[in-house]
Design a binder for this molecule. Structure first.
Ligand SMILES: [Cu+2]
Length: 423
């Protein structure tokens, strides 16, 4: 069955550059300008309406400006907000122990917030479980990722939708759980030399994210702030009730469900997310959004490699107590809250690429239909098949993310809807 999507094929960066020269630039600029300059002056003014978990962007750092102001970045249209004091997202290990503890505690708070009856299933991902009303607001976020899985991976939604999703998560931590710091990111490039024993894996009950599980306990972690031995452990409810599960997996490609998308099934996963691999994406593909995304999303690239090496929940494998109907796949991957710190690092890569060259800043293209069933399909449509997306496309929300937010709203992390940078 479907191992839904992490990303795809590995071609080396140089061959990618050859395969996808900057042809995308011209097409993209045509698309974008038409999409932006027509349409939708309503995006900003209505963006605060209908917010469920994100009453947000009205944080202290965002102020109202004249509607006639021209918003910087990719959307030359009336703006209602400006970003004057951006939040700085920092690497996990640069936080103090007290800062780490406040973040870990806020995540646990998220896991105690009630399920929202606004959550609705709108996606096309087949064979997923029904909504579980006896779950938490955190589980609701996991469910959105389950339900939209086939739309948001290996399509043009990938980078912008996950940026939007992380923003909602961060705002909920702040608005509902009293968190005052920035969303931290996990820079896994620091951990590739000895991933199993890397410093990210900290067993401290107050300020550690925990370590690894073992087979005897279905890989559920016991230590750290979220583990089962903590006085206030963190539990998930999809696809079944369980604690966070982690299973170090050195060679995840050996039994990979889509072997035709691999170039070397024996590869060690920690070779896929080295600094050199990140640089091979971020430092290249000028103006070539398609090439950049593909290099980063390939199964043997940085995004997927981290998911697969942590194993279990972050890979999306079914817990031992899951119903027989459970289909493994990246659908479940936000069950490990490390997902959000991992994806903040993925988002930082896009941010770094966008800010490296003016031609990258507003570069965007992509289809909306995932094409992973053969190498030929993937090679033709690594960012999905038509209907194509544009900067004017509106994010799917499943009823709990902020409504009427467009891709253009997240192109600039300091554009007003968003207000953050990376350290
Ligand atoms: Cu995802």
């Amino acid at each position: 069955m479907r191992f839904a999507t992490l990303l795809s094929v590995v071609l080396c960066a140089t061959s990618l550059a050859a395969a996808f020269p900057s042809a995308g630039i011209l097409a993209r600029q045509d698309d974008d300008t038409s999409a932006d300059t027509t349409a939708d002056t309503s995006a900003d003014t209505s963006a605060d309406d209908g917010t469920v978990s994100d009453s947000s962007a009205s944080s202290a750092s965002v102020s109202t400006t004249s509607v006639s102001a021209i918003r910087p970045g990719c959307a030359p249209q009336a703006a209602t907000r400006a970003c004057t004091n951006p939040t700085v997202r920092k690497e996990w290990r640069t936080l103090s122990n007290a800062q780490k503890q406040s973040f870990l505690t806020a995540v646990k708070c998220y896991g105690t917030l009630p399920h929202s009856s606004s959550l609705v299933k709108t996606g096309s991902t087949p064979d997923i479980p029904p909504i579980n009303p006896a779950s938490s607001a955190y589980d609701d976020m996991v469910y959105v990722h389950i339900d939209l899985n086939h739309q948001i991976h290996s399509t043009g939604w990938f980078f912008p939708w996950h940026r939007f999703y992380l923003h909602t998560y961060e705002q909920t931590l702040k608005n509902k759980c009293g968190y005052t710091g920035p969303l931290p990111y996990w820079d896994w490039t620091q951990d590739t030399a000895n991933f199993l024993n890397a410093s990210i894996w900290d067993s401290n009950h107050n300020h550690g994210v925990g370590t690894w599980g073992t087979a005897t306990n279905d890989y559920q972690i016991t230590d750290g702030a979220w583990g089962t031995a903590n006085p206030s452990p963190f539990y998930l409810n999809y696809p079944s009730h369980h604690a966070i599960r982690r299973n170090f997996t050195l060679q995840p490609y050996l039994n990979f469900p889509r072997p035709y998308l691999l170039t070397n099934s024996a590869q060690y996963a920690n070779e896929t997310f080295t600094q050199a691999m990140v640089d091979a994406s971020v430092q290249h593909y000028t103006g070539d959004y398609k090439g950049f995304q593909k290099s980063f999303q390939d199964y043997q690239g940085p995004h997927a490699g981290v998911h697969l090496m942590v194993g279990a929940d972050l890979t999306g494998l079914c817990p031992g107590n899951a119903p027989a109907s459970c289909i493994p796949g990246e659908t479940w991957s936000p069950n490990d809250p490390l997902f959000f710190m991992h994806h903040a690092r993925v988002d930082k890569a896009w941010y770094d690429w966008q800010n490296r060259n003016a031609a990258n800043k507003c570069a965007f293209e992509g289809g909306s239909v995932q094409m992973l069933d053969s190498l030929a399909d993937y090679d033709e449509y690594p960012l999905g098949a038509p209907p194509n997306l544009s900067l004017n496309s509106v994010f799917p929300t499943d009823g709990i993310l902020q409504s009427n937010v467009h891709i253009q709203d997240v192109m600039d992390t300091k554009g007003g809807y968003l207000c953050y940078t990376y350290q």
